[in-house]
Write a protein that binds this ligand. Structure first.
Ligand SMILES: O=C(O)CCC(=O)C(=O)O
Length: 327
């Protein structure tokens, strides 16, 4: 029984029975947009070092200075264990990342996919950033009814401590080597994300808030994120889409704006349709990406998608971990 699940309704999943706290009997009111913005503002102000990075980290000269500063005090760590990705040529991978903002060719062994799937089956997930409402992923329809709103994403908490297979990825020598070579400094692990993207109807605002509209991320001066699909992903199952090379080429008004999301038409006009890369693959398929590029998830329409991300950066601002709040 997962430790953070208390008394409540028994929910059957494909592998086990989860107990999740009884939900509200009447639909709850979804958080208003202004409350969402206020929460975001509070988060910004509560982490001043991160805020400095957030304001300056979009400019290449500042990125280089910050990385140079980190390099002064950081030695290369020894990497002991055997990698799951022996076949990767790190130099070639880094060249592709620098040029295109992504590189494919990572493949998780089946037993690791199965282990993470088993973790997802045995633990509750949560509507985006709402730790008050745990639900079993295969109870999504019921959870939407009880929550009183569409649930596009179901995120897991505490993956670093609760899932050994995910923890092993955080220290995989090839992944860490690749991150070090791309970042130009010994990397730090800045967080994981494990989540379902559900095939459900939703409006544009919810889609954009759920990473399904083009945007770029700024979690650190420079970052690299490893993605692995844990379900088969075709065009109907929410493939990840990115704009090749857009981590190096952005308009000044994009860099200066506080909004990192942009309408699809604007992104297509700027970069051209031929720059879009859609990443499809069977369960276990993986790729590395610099999330400073424009990217989005496609809304799944045929089946739900389970995906995990392992993120590395230059400094850990404690801003991207998936710890359950208050734990
Ligand atoms: O769902 C996806 O593929 C997009 C993920 C994303 O936008 C992000 O992690 O920033």
């Amino acid at each position: 029984m997962p430790q953070f699940i208390s008394t409540g309704t028994a929910v059957r999943t494909s592998q086990t029975q989860l107990r999740v706290p009884a939900g509200p009997s009447a639909p709850v009111v979804p958080p208003a947009a202004s409350a969402h913005h206020l929460q975001t503002l509070k988060r910004y102000l509560s982490n001043p070092k991160w805020l400095v990075m957030y304001l300056l980290g979009r400019f290449e000269i500042c990125k280089r200075l910050a990385i140079g500063f980190a390099r002064l005090s950081r030695a290369r760590a020894r990497r002991g264990t055997r990698s799951l990705f022996q076949e990767i040529d790190v130099d070639q991978a880094v060249e592709a990342l620098r040029r295109d903002a992504y590189v494919g060719g990572l493949q998780l062994p089946r037993h690791v996919v199965d282990e993470i799937r088993a973790f997802a089956d045995a633990h509750p997930c949560y509507p985006d950033r709402d730790p008050a409402f745990p639900f079993a992923h295969d109870n999504h329809e019921d959870a939407q009814r009880r929550y009183g709103r569409r649930i596009l994403l179901g995120r897991y908490y505490n993956t670093a401590t609760a899932c050994a297979a995910i923890r092993q990825l955080e220290s995989d020598p090839v992944l860490v080597d690749l991150a070090a070579a791309y970042l130009g400094v010994e990397p730090v692990h800045i967080g994981n994300r494990l989540w379902w993207s559900f095939a459900t109807r939703a409006d544009e605002t919810d889609r954009v808030r759920s990473g399904q509209g083009f945007h770029w991320d700024l979690d650190d001066w420079r970052t690299v994120t490893f993605f692995f699909y844990l379900t088969d992903v075709d065009d109907l199952a929410g493939p990840h889409v990115l704009v090749r090379g857009s981590h190096r080429r952005k308009r000044w008004r994009h860099l200066l704006s506080m909004y990192k999301s942009r309408p699809e038409a604007e992104v297509l006009t700027m970069y051209g349709k031929e720059s879009l890369v859609t990443l499809r693959g069977p369960a276990g398929f993986g790729f590395a990406e610099d999330l400073f590029c424009f990217h989005r998830g496609s809304p799944p329409v045929g089946s739900d998608r389970l995906i995990v991300q392992i993120r590395f950066g230059v400094f850990d601002y404690d801003n991207a971990h998936d710890r359950l709040p208050g734990k």
